[in-house]
Design a protein around this ligand. Structure first.
Ligand code: PLP
Length: 335
């Protein structure tokens, strides 16, 4: 990868084209049942989400009026909440409707959605019993990142971080919690090393995942991805990519992967809701395969781009639409 490509990849990974405060300033934010302007959309400094990272969240995408895998994201949110004993004060259906209504009020067709549930207001002590009702926040921002049909996947470089993913008997990696400190420390290592992202290992030294993406390798033409016992998050994109790989008749296994296998793989790519599918071309200074985007990665990227905005991949935001394009001209989209 030359310097130009490297810079482009860095920009893609770090900015995610989510817009600036000026051009998203008018968007409503859902806070506990109210749609508020950006300045009014605040939570208390006594909220344990802020004081202790006590809460859960989801990052979700809307493509052309369809919220990709909304049900799966809502299910994961409620599972994370159940695990940390946080009772969300609305049903899954009400939560889905709140997401859809926020998108409608903001007239968004292609968006990134950040859905948070915090423990709520408490005192300065840790005790979650002293917290009042959880707070629910839904932020939506326009993005069409990766949606340009002519754009080709850009590869990134990574290091293997010294920071390990949380084991199951700690703050389990399966909870998508408001505490991302191990990912943040790993990302600092990537920044210091001048690369785009960091790949983290589990406590036994097997490959786990990147700071906010799952990992896949291609070795001897077959796909593999770390299994749940390697401290991964149950990624929604990972699941869809595994199904795509099966549909394309690739052999795909969930198993433990060593750093040696990662570095000697023919291809490596990462998956996540916002970044979608990102080829990894270099790890710890070594080229992966040819050092270019490989054929399996390119094929899976192409297939994902074909399916992601199909009606049966998620939930329709504007139910009165018969054809996706009809409202398109009047609704807000941004490159
Ligand atoms: C630690 C971690 N792993 C993996 C993922 C990818 O999951 P998904 O595909 O559901 O976005 C994320 C997404 O935010 C993440 O934070």
């Amino acid at each position: 990868m030359n310097l130009l490509e490297e810079n482009q990849a860095l920009k893609t990974m770090s900015n995610h084209n989510l817009g600036t405060s000026e051009d998203t300033g008018e968007l409503f934010v859902y806070v506990d049942g109210k749609l508020l302007g950006k300045k009014e959309a605040t939570v208390s400094v006594w909220d344990h989400g802020l004081l202790y990272g006590d809460g859960v969240f989801e990052g979700i995408r809307e493509y052309n009026g369809i919220v990709f895998k909304l049900k799966e994201h809502i299910d994961r949110l409620y599972e994370s909440a159940h695990y940390i004993r946080l009772k969300i004060p609305m049903t899954k259906e009400q939560m889905s409707n709140a997401v859809l209504e926020t998108l409608r009020q903001n007239r968004l067709r292609s968006a990134y959605i950040r859905l948070l549930v915090t423990r709520g207001v408490g005192d300065l002590g840790l005790n979650p019993m002293n917290c009042s009702d959880p707070s629910i926040v839904i932020i939506t921002e326009p993005t069409t990142l990766g949606e340009d049909p002519t754009s080709k996947p850009i590869g990134v470089s990574a290091i293997i971080s010294s920071i390990r993913r949380d084991p199951v008997d700690a703050t389990s990696h399966e909870v998508k919690s408001l505490n991302y400190l191990n990912s943040i420390l790993a990302r600092w290592e990537a920044i210091d090393a001048g690369v785009n992202d960091a790949i983290m290992l589990d406590t036994q030294g097997f490959v786990s995942e990147a700071t906010a993406e799952n990992i896949f390798i291609v070795a001897k033409g077959q796909l593999a991805t770390p299994s749940i016992d390697s401290a991964i998050l149950h990624g929604v994109t990972r699941q869809r990519v595994m199904e795509i790989a099966e549909d394309l008749a690739y052999v795909i296994t969930e198993r433990r992967i060593t750093p040696f296998e990662l570095i000697n793989a023919e291809e490596v790519f990462m998956t996540g809701t916002l970044a979608e599918i990102v080829p990894v071309l270099k790890v710890n200074g070594r080229n992966i395969g040819t050092g270019k985007v490989g054929p399996v990665t390119a094929r899976i990227c192409g297939e994902f781009a074909k399916v992601r905005s199909k009606t049966n991949e998620g939930t329709q935001v504007y139910p009165s639409e018969t054809k996706g394009e009809e409202l398109g001209a009047t609704l807000r989209t941004r490159q």
